[in-house]
Every structure is written in structure tokens, then in C-alpha cells.
Design a binder for this molecule. Sequence first.
Ligand SMILES: *Cc1c(COP(=O)(O)O)cnc(C)c1O
Length: 365
Amino acid sequence: MADLGSQYLRIRDAVEPLVLEVLASGRYILGEHVQRLEDEVAQACNARFAIGVSSGTDALKIALRAVGIHPGDEVITTPFTFVSTAEVIVQLGATPVFVDIDPETYNIDPHWVEAAITPRTRAILPVSLYGQSAEMRTLRQIADRYGLWLIEDAAQAIGARHHEQPIGAFAHAATLSFFPTKNIGAAGDAGMIITNDEQIAYKARSLRVHGMNGGYYYEDIGYTARLDELQAVILRVKMRCLHDWTERRRYHATLYRTLLANAPLQLPVVRPYNYHVYHQFTVRTTQRDALREYLREHGIESAVYYPLPLHLQPAYRFLGYCEGDCPHAERAAQEVLSLPIHSELTEDQIAQVAHSVLEFAQREA
Ligand SMILES: *Cc1c(COP(=O)(O)O)cnc(C)c1O
């Protein structure tokens, strides 16, 4: 599903001297490379500000804090996502309100978002899942109409576009993760907040260093959530590959679409106004578990993102959701399967995966 060793070999000559330079510099936390990376990511996302932090999860938590989410607030989000999205809401003492997804794109359905708004709602937190933007333009209209914050979890979507605009363009702030297996990944944990709002940027910069502003003067109760120079220098090299690596993923998606055109599977549905960056190539079938096992027997990895929606997870039971509350998310959890798509794969490997999928389908027929 990822081949970080091969990826590293491709960029090793560029990365190693820079890493050694950082080690010799004695400057390890925040610093020049973090600042430059922030500028480069801001430019790539056409955003005014970017704030490097220690993970995608911390980026979410700090973004929510920066817009003033407090205990007792409600934040509307999707149950079909990585756990961080809801975890940070609970950690701030707020309540995640889960609404169902669009069964074609797996992203939160704006129709249900609007229906879930109450006087306690303060923010909407959509996820641009698998590398395709959520319905950000429509969600921004809803957020503006009700005076809500819109924060985009773009952990899986760096480089994606929606109505010609980069991630974050329709949100008050967007968050990125540089977890090693993300489209751009660090050699450890790292994340970023991007925003056009000066006030949010100021708050986020302070919250990542304990709420400090100026030497040992604290305006907020903050966090230890800084980005370090070693990660930043590695990420700067990888950011230069963003376009090529994204195009490579998109090319692999095109190959799958051709090879699997007649397979009895639902292929990813891409809205015409979205540029999908294929963090995952996720197909859908009622035979999901059998297909996955067949692929495994033939030496092919695949993955299920995500096998149980968050509203049904044991840790979130206290919120009081039951089976049937988000039926599209629940069905997707039983039927989705992500095939290998990363940029290090060869055409032959993609063809092998497709061949095994087709073989499985013939066997079943
Ligand atoms: C990876 C991911 C996160 C968390 O990022 P970390 O850097 O691992 O903390 C949050 N949301 C989504 C949708 C993710 O895929």
C-alpha cells in the first residue's frame, strides 16, 4: 500500500546533505526550514498563512481551538473518517455531531449537515476523503448562512482542487497531515494548518508553543505541538515532488479505470469540478472480504478505510448513536476496499492487481 523505502532512495541524494546540515546547525525545533516549508506549502495552496505543527491531529485540534471551539459546542462532522477528526472535538469538550455521507464520494452530505444544525452548532468539519475534496463550496454557503466556522480536514488531499481552487480555499482553515504514508509524508509525525485569516494564523502560532506570545508571556493554555527542522527539511524536498507524484497517482487511477472498466465493482466516482489526488483508490463491492482475501492469497496488499464508522466505535458509544443512524457510512464500511496506488508502483504492478481483481470476479460469476 506504500513503499517508503523506494521513495526514499529516489530523493536520498537531495535529502541526506540537508539532514546532516540541520544536525550540525544545532537548531532543531522551529527555525528556518520550518518557515520556508510553511511559505512553500502556503504558496502551493494559494493560502496567506501556513503554520507547521507536530501532526495532522494537532493541526485539527489547534485549528478548532483557534476559531474558539469551547466545551458544550457542537461540531458537525462525518463518521466515515480516521478517528482524529472526531477525537479532537471530544478532547476540546465539544460534541461531535455525526451526519451521513454521500454514498458515491464517501464525503459528508451537505443536505444532512444543514438538517443537523442547532443553536449550539459552532462549526462544520468535513473531511476531503481519499484525496477528493468534500463539497466545500456548498458547505461554505451553509456555514455563512448560519454563522458557523468551516474547517476542512485535508489530511488526505494535499494538491486536490475543487471548482479550480486548492484545498482550504472555501474553508476558514484547513489542516494537513504529513504522516509518512500520506501523499507527502515526513520521516515521522508532522502536520500543518493553512488559512487566509490573520487572526486564526496568529492564534495557531501561539497555541503550538504553549500559548506563548513573546518571551514567556502566555495568552492561552496551549500545547507542545511544534514542527521540527529535520522533518521540515525532508518535507521541503518532497514538496518539490508534489506535482509529479500526484500525476503519477492519477495515471495509476486511469490505468485501473481502463483495466477494471468491466469488472463488477463500483470504481471511485469523481465530481466533474474536483481534481482528485488519489490518496486512495477505493473500489466498492458486496464481495469485499472475499476479494481482499483472494488478493492477499495472490500476494497483493489492500486495505479497508474504514471498517467501522466512528459513530459505532466503542469509544464513542457515550454519544448515543445506534446502527442505522448513518446508513450510507455503515454500508460503505462493509463494502469499500482500497487498492495500491502510490507513486512508486509500476504499470506492471497495477496490471497485476487489476488482473487478480478480474480473476476473482470471473471465479465468482
Ligand atoms: C492521517 C489523518 C489524520 C491525522 O493525521 P496525523 O498526522 O496522523 O495525526 C486526520 N484526519 C485524516 C482524515 C487523516 O487521514
